[in-house]
Write a protein that binds this ligand. Structure first.
Ligand code: SF4
Length: 218
């Protein structure tokens, strides 16, 4: 049970989940989230980005529901939400375009918040925050614990330094903050000189900048 009396949810082994999440973020697969009927992310006043290459998705969304995505090249669109904060493609509590849902939805996994400790912002997202409080990861091996410490260290780094990160790399919201921490967590795992074992390194500014440069392709 959680502190507020809700049943906890099994989030899986940490390193197994992390590897799957990185594959999903890299576009190699969708996220396999055990939503169990939860539609919190579809009912929390979220704008959903749809890329210009997502032609099958764009063809299934009425044009009047799509708007040009701010600060992104022409052709990038966002799907808005209704007066209740619900995605208009959610009909009878189910995604009406599930097989062709946007990439943003395919890769969304609210366990990124449980993994990183990043706080969800916004009063509209209380349902997601409640779901996040219920997730519990397993740590069956030392690697699971090492990866978790690295992810938490990366999340701390992003929180402290996000304002100083290069334009286009710095996170615009809590979800991007958590995802960035996941993506760069490996930079926080180093070799320990004394034991030759894995250890989480301090946030070496130059190392992190190199990771960010690599990610932004500059
Ligand atoms: S497109 Fe489907 S999965 Fe995505 S937010 Fe809307 S209802 Fe949910």
């Amino acid at each position: 049970m959680t502190e507020d009396g809700l049943p906890t949810l099994a989030a899986g082994g940490f390193s197994t989940w992390l590897a799957a999440m990185l594959r999903a973020l890299g576009g190699a697969a969708g996220s396999e989230v055990p939503c169990g009927g939860c539609t919190a992310c579809c009912t929390s006043s979220q704008f959903v980005h749809v890329g210009p290459d997502e032609t099958e998705t764009l063809a299934r969304i009425p044009p009047e529901l799509l708007f040009p995505a701010p600060r992104l090249p022409s052709g990038n669109m966002v799907l808005g939400y209704d007066a209740d904060g619900h995605c208009p493609m959610l009909i009878d509590n189910r995604c009406s375009i599930y097989e062709h849902r946007p990439r943003t939805c395919r890769t969304y996994d609210c366990r990124v918040f449980a993994a990183t400790g990043v706080e969800i912002d916004g009063d509209e997202q209380v349902a997601i925050a409640e779901r996040v409080r219920r997730w519990r990861f397993d740590f069956p091996t030392d690697d699971d614990r090492r990866d978790h410490v690295a992810v938490l260290a990366a999340a701390r780094f992003v929180r402290r330094r996000k304002a100083a990160l290069p334009e286009g790399v710095g996170p615009a919201n809590a979800t991007q903050q958590a995802v960035l921490a996941i993506e760069m967590h490996e930079a926080f795992i180093g070799r320990h000189d004394m034991t030759d074992g894995d250890a989480v390194v301090d946030d070496d500014h130059e190392l992190i900048r190199a990771v960010l440069r690599a990610r932004s392709g500059t």
